[in-house]
Design a protein around this ligand. Structure first.
Ligand code: MN
Ligand code: MN
Length: 269
């Protein structure tokens, strides 16, 4: 009898990024930060992640070329295979385009899947730069499948008219950053996939991202959300670290902390 594990999976893709490249080297940097000797392997939740058989690092996916459809297919089928084996995935991006195939693979296995999405951006564009798989559109593609029960977005502070219309059309629930308060209780019925775009944090906390949007969440606020939201966390991703823009690996360390807290929550459920 195999015990259900959490699998850490790197998804080194940045060719669907509209503004800057760099996120493809992020998975390795986050992995190094997770194991950095400046800290230890304990989660705040009291779980020791060091030499813990309940999670396993699967390394990075390998892509033969930059073909967008093929890349998306490889992500989808790799996730599908791991989920079928009974593993829970924590994926490290990559730009946010990776979340469409990742989450859709989960939605095929988990009926009534909910999504908790932390980001400065709603990523609901119908079409940006004539690339339907752009990192500006993953949540539009997901909602079009009809397989998502609820999409709740937190930290959003860049809505334009088009994205408000898209949110309305798909019934997306948005807690805009301007309306956020720390006593807001987030809760879901059933399975939850959590997608964290690091630019949801304020650039003061996470400078190593491609899109700096002032007025965002603190590291503490995001950690608290991971710890406290109600629901069954069945999968997650942390995306959009751009190491080329980072300062002293600060943002890689933030990503590593969020990864540790997420792993601990997925393990200790
Ligand atoms: Mn995003
Ligand atoms: Mn973003």
């Amino acid at each position: 009898m195999s015990q259900q594990k959490v699998a850490l999976l790197g998804v080194p893709v940045d060719h669907n990024s509209t503004y800057l490249q760099g996120a493809a080297i992020a998975p390795q940097r986050i992995r190094e930060a997770i194991h950095c000797d400046s800290s230890n392997m304990w989660s705040e939740l009291g779980v020791d992640l060091g030499d813990n058989p309940q999670w396993i690092d699967m390394g990075d996916l390998v892509f033969p070329n930059n073909d967008r459809q093929q890349t998306s297919q490889i992500i989808r089928s790799s996730a599908d295979e791991l989920i079928k084996r009974g593993e829970r995935l924590l994926s490290l991006g990559g730009d946010h385009s990776v979340s469409f195939p990742l989450i859709d693979a989960h939605a095929m296995h988990y009926d009534g899947l909910n999504i908790l999405h932390i980001d400065a951006h709603a990523d609901l564009y119908d079409n940006m730069d004539n690339n339907p798989l752009s990192h500006a559109s993953p949540f539009a593609r997901l909602m079009e499948t009809g397989r998502i029960r609820r999409l709740l977005q937190v930290g959003i502070r860049t809505l334009n008219g088009h994205q408000r219309e898209q949110a309305e059309k798909f019934g997306v629930e948005i807690i805009e950053m301007k309306d956020w308060s720390d006593d807001h209780q987030i809760s879901f019925d059933g399975p939850v996939y959590m997608s964290i775009d690091l630019d949801g944090l304020d650039p003061a906390f996470a400078p190593g991202v491609s899109h700096h949007e002032p007025g965002g969440l603190s590291s503490r606020q995001v950690i608290n959300i991971i710890h406290k939201f109600a629901g069954d966390l069945i999968g997650a991703d942390i995306v959009e670290l751009n190491p080329n823009r980072d300062i002293n690996n600060m943002t890689a360390m933030v990503a590593a902390r969020l990864a540790k807290e997420t792993l601990a929550r997925m393990i200790s459920k």
